[in-house]
Write a protein of this length. Sequence first.
Lengths: 268, 280
Amino acid sequence: MRFEDRVVLITGGARGQGRSHAERFAAEGARVAVCDIASESLETVAYPLASRAELESAAELALQADVRSAEEMERVVAAVLERFGKLDVLVCNAGICTFGPLAGMSSELWQTTIDVNLNGVFNAVRAAAPEMISQGYGRIVATASMAGRAGWENIGHYAASKWGVIGLIKSLALEVAPHGVTANVVAPSSVNTRMMHNDAAYKLFRPDLENPTREDALPAFTSVNLIPEPYAEPGDISDAVLFLASDEARFITGAVLSPSMGLSASNV
Amino acid sequence: MQRPRFTGKVALVTGAARGQGRSHAVRLAAEGADVIVCDLGADIDTVPYALGTEDELRETASLVAEQGRRAVVCRCDVRSTADLSAAVERGLDELGRIDVVVANAGIAGVSTLAEMSDDVWQNMIDVNLTGVFKTLRAVVPHMVSRRYGRIVATSSIVGRQGSANIGHYVAAKWGVIGLVKSLAVEVAEFGVTVNAVLPTSVDSDMIQNDAFHRLFLPDADEIRMRDVEDAYTALNPIPVPWLSPGDVSDAVLFLASDEARFITGDALPVALGWNARMAA
């Protein structure tokens, strides 16, 4: 058990990858807190977000909070410290994906993505890092994407937010390295969550069809990856997150690890 | 995570006489693998420090045996296609399969490019780049036919940047990343993953020798270990002078495990944060 007595906070922890991380950390001995917007819907997002019930069953401390709000993230970190007395691991996982070409993209579509995926990571990091620095120990893992390493049509706002996450985490890594804190990134490709399983995502991968179904989309999902699978499971991303958060990775910081079924092979 | 992660597996490690290679072999054995341990077991005349010996290679095999696992010892020059074929053949004969390959064998040296001799350049490329190619080529057909394999090659954090006085080493290590990524593309559909680890300096004979100490302290009359440590520490965002071999083993074993089944063509820096200033 690599995380006995460790305290872990996961943003976007009610469902999907975040929930998998929460369950895996708990299984390896950690005290786990999650936060999630848990508001069922965000205006620009084409798929339902997590419910309150999902949030409340995700971890021993479950907090409703919006990563776009600096105040709410301060409140979440304060609640974790009050409950557990410290914060060892922060997983910045909360994210959304919407679809559309940049030419003609509404300001709202752009801004919501940047606010959640990039500013949300900043808000969580800024709330948590001072405590980690003062305790002389911390592990920060943020979820970017292989779209944070390449251009990708119809998700330019998402790609920009994820490139931004990598720049943010690399810079943070340099700033906190003297204080026993590491900061790293996981960059998945497709993962089997509701972010992939919705009509807008199917349409992104099958623009040739009017109303593509899941079955229509699966071969197209697979065609992107070198390892011939349509997507990773959330647990595959947890494997990478837990490795980076463990003491086995104590001298790895500012790194990007890509459980991306081979997309990193055709990239830097 | 289930541990041990390598029960019933067979690994082949090059450069296993000491340093990182020995650590990888022993750690794989500690998690259940039988190990084919390969090393040249001799010096190379352009390398400014003593390389691993045959006795040290046998000592590695004993350490594997102490973990309750089998070791097959192969004197093996990674520059020789015949040596590698023989090592793979013996490994398959005695242990039945090869699941994991760690292409770790490597040398270092010090020279500016302008003053570098043909021999110094060529031996470096032959061992550190072509040696990895020949190691992987020797084992890939077996892995593809079994639809399973985990390959980890040791590059370096200077495989992602330029660095004075070790240009031949830098060129070879950039090459290893290109090789690993290309092989990853070729074998992804066959259940074989191929990744690189990119360590920074590791506490081993490769850096603990007069040529490297002089590189860091060119003006010193006598080399004091404390000054060497300080000079190395100054390079690193995480303020320690160097890694220990086991720190690199942690990353190698992760990439060789089924926890990394969907990671291929990746280059994982174990580099005390150097890489935070780099694109990848």
